[in-house]
Design a binder for this molecule. Structure first.
Ligand code: TYD
Length: 198
């Protein structure tokens, strides 16, 4: 099978990181060659971004968007494309829809965000784990980043929903039990893999 690029999107605290890791594990157990990765990436720009977010220092939105886009290019070149060339299934915890939703929620033009990300590899399948903003912030027991306030999360949610409506993001109900969400996510991915194989 050729390489397949899947990204998992959602609000902070939606469980998407856990679910993306569980999905990768389940795919490997089923005999697929799957690898997990995440954004912000482990590269220099990714480290810088993460540090800023947890220092509660939000950068000007334009700078933020350009940094995430630059981190993405590094991520694509160093991790995603090499794995796809080895015909692996790449599962990324966040990708370009995070920039559209988060930097879009900061007031940036969505077309411009798309333009600065135009050179990044297109995902074959993008999935949104849908959990209400009211629920996610309650779930976050860890130290919160600067993004994790109700107003931001609500606006981020609205932008994600827009892409669901346009059919660009597949919605998975994230309000189910942890195992229920894993099953729904896995079923969605297996359906897609069967479809592209046929
Ligand atoms: P997150 O997935 O929460 O990382 P971790 O689980 O390691 O803390 O991502 C950190 C924050 O970065 C999150 O609030 C969303 C934000 N973000 C953007 O604003 N734009 C982007 O393009 C990406 C990839 C993330």
């Amino acid at each position: 099978m050729r390489g397949v690029f899947i990204c998992i999107e959602g609000l902070d605290g939606s469980g998407k990181s856990t679910q993306a890791k569980r999905l990768t594990k389940k795919l490997c157990e089923a005999g697929y060659n799957a690898v997990f990765t995440a954004e912000p990436s482990k590269g220099k720009i990714g480290h810088f971004i993460r540090k800023r977010l947890f220092e509660h220092k939000r950068l000007p939105p334009t700078v933020e968007a350009l940094l995430f886009a630059a981190d993405r290019i590094e991520h694509v070149q160093n991790t995603i494309v090499p794995a796809l060339k080895e015909n692996k299934i790449v599962v990324s915890d966040r990708y370009v829809y995070s920039s559209l939703a988060y930097q879009g929620s900061a007031g940036l033009n969505l077309d411009w965000i798309e333009t600065i990300n135009a050179n990044a590899q297109k995902p074959d399948l993008a999935i949104f784990i849908d959990v209400a903003p009211e629920l996610v912030l309650d779930r976050l027991k860890r130290k919160k980043s600067v993004m994790e306030n109700f107003q931001t999360q609500q606006c981020v949610q609205e932008i994600y929903q827009k892409y669901v409506t346009q059919g660009l993001l597949k919605r998975v109900d994230g309000a189910k039990s942890k195992n229920g969400v894993t099953e729904a996510l896995y079923t969605e991915v297996i359906c897609f893999l069967k479809k592209i194989k046929a």
